[in-house]
Design a protein around this ligand. Structure first.
Ligand SMILES: [Zn+2]
Length: 481
């Protein structure tokens, strides 16, 4: 099955995407060249030239300290030598891990890169999602400050996350992940041999990050129908096509890291990034499963633990989110809902949030940071109050529209197992205890202004403890088989 929209067709791709409903016409999109093919590494010179970077222009190459392989070679020295041989003067900017042993997207790293930048330079990042986000956002801040546009090329080292082609940067602020407005790269290089030789877990994580759509697209649509998000368009789902069929058909190739499957996965990931960028929101690929995952990250962060691979954690969170949807779609009865009781007092929610996050951060900084975002959502919910009766009246029509955007939890688990993804939170690295997953499931809605199904369970006064037990038990028992 070919892709409906193939980003590697570049000009033709953009021409066709421009026809899609919801395309933001009149907007400058600097992402002009996406090279997704075997030995793309050796076309880096023409790619840089294509985006206007001549050999006289010094390059800042941003990398972390993780050793990477490409066939027999060390990848990073190889990329540097290809650039030098092509005639470029190269300055490296090496990102160091923090005490958890990992590099995270945070302001200190972003500012470290920014110090290397100059109007006469161009930037190449060689790395996975975090390195890309750091370099991208440093370029964005530089552009903003200098009224410039630094040419920026992303050399993607793993099919790990749908971030490489997004114009946003998820960044840690006060220990809480926030999505900052950022910019597109000008060019993307996906060298299939590099992607093939990336650690298997990273490829598996990339599949996991894509699976998010089976919760996030339902959340986004639901938000739209409730009046909580007017920005909804069908563009992301049209752009990404029948993702479940594509993943099932290519599961074996992904398992064996065939070059064809690496290309397909890279393209899907690219489409995911573009879908978010064109929507000016991460919402199409980031719903309840992502905030649940961020709440797990938050717990690791305050305990000084490393974070599990993003996409892998997302896949497991998606299974929980899909189970919650399954229950909601089956049992929600609009006739039983008393609209008067759907609007909690802001002060009581503020207290609840501080109380909830106090054990994680006794300074209450994390709690206040969560509240500052949550209150925006709550105010919005109050302001669209008059839309709720119509939503309830139309539920019979809305329900199938939501249902077709999600999938049964068992089907999602199977798709992930088909690429040898782990199926239990205890198999993640670091592993999670049930009590931590429960905390995330119940409190995720409190950390973000993004509306998700999790908010409805709170505002519609569901017995969330019972819901959690059922979600955990049903997803655990399907995992037993
Ligand atoms: Zn993600």
């Amino acid at each position: 099955m070919p892709l409906a929209y193939d980003p590697a067709e570049n000009e033709r791709f953009w021409e066709r995407v421009r026809q899609l409903p919801g395309f933001p016409h009149g907007e400058e999109i600097c992402l002009r060249y996406m090279l997704i093919e075997s030995n793309a590494l050796f076309r880096i010179k023409e790619t840089l030239n294509f985006i206007g970077v001549r050999e006289e222009r010094p390059l800042v190459v941003v990398m972390d300290t993780t050793p990477m392989r490409r066939g027999e070679d060390d990848l990073k020295p190889l990329v540097l030598s290809v650039l030098k041989q092509a005639g470029w003067e190269v300055e490296t900017c090496i990102l160091q891990p923090d005490s958890s042993g990992q590099v995270h997207t945070d302001m200190p790293h972003i500012l470290q890169v920014k110090e290397h930048l100059g109007a006469e330079k161009a930037v190449v990042s060689v790395g996975s999602g975090v390195v890309t986000d750091i370099a991208k956002h440093a370029c964005y801040l530089f552009d903003q400050e200098h009224g410039a546009h630094l040419p920026y090329l992303v050399y993607q080292t793993a099919n790990s996350v749908s971030a490489y082609t997004s114009n946003m940067a998820p960044t840690l602020i006060e220990g809480v992940k926030r999505t900052l407005t950022s910019r597109y790269p000008d060019a993307l290089i996906c060298d299939l041999e590099t992607l093939r030789d990336a650690p298997r877990e990273m490829t598996i994580a990339g599949v996991g990050d894509l699976l998010a759509v089976f919760v996030s697209l339902a959340d986004w649509y639901l938000a739209y129908r409730l009046g909580m998000d007017e920005t909804w368009t069908p563009l992301p789902e049209l752009l990404m096509g029948p993702l479940d069929e594509l993943l099932v058909q290519n599961a074996e190739g992904i398992r064996h890291s065939s070059l064809e499957a690496m290309a397909l996965l890279a393209k899907l990931i690219t489409l995911g990034g573009i879908a978010m960028s064109l929507s000016h929101a991460t919402a199409p690929l980031s719903g309840f499963e992502h905030i649940l995952s961020h709440t797990l990250d938050l717990q690791n962060e305050v305990r000084g633990k490393a974070m599990a691979l993003h996409g892998t954690q997302i896949a497991l969170a998606t299974v929980l989110g899909a189970a919650a949807y399954h229950i909601f779609l089956e049992r929600f009865d609009p006739k039983q809902l008393n609209c008067e009781h759907c609007y909690p007092e802001p002060e009581s929610m503020h207290k609840l949030i501080l109380q909830t996050f106090h054990p994680l951060d006794p300074t209450d900084r994390a709690g206040e940071e969560c509240w500052s975002d949550y209150r925006i959502k709550l105010e919005k919910w109050f302001s669209v109050r008059e839309k709720l009766p119509a939503f309830l009246d139309q539920w019979e029509e809305i329900r199938p529209e939501v249902a077709k955007r999600t999938r049964p939890p068992e089907q999602i688990r199977k798709m992930f197992a088909a690429v040898e993804g782990p199926t239990r939170f205890s198999e993640l690295e670091p592993p999670f205890e049930e009590v931590e997953v429960r905390f995330a499931f119940l409190n995720a809605p409190l950390i973000r202004k993004r509306f998700t199904i999790g908010d409805l369970f709170i505002w519609f006064n569901w017995d969330r403890e019972a819901l959690w037990r059922e979600v955990w038990e049903t997803t655990q028992s399907t995992l037993e088989h």
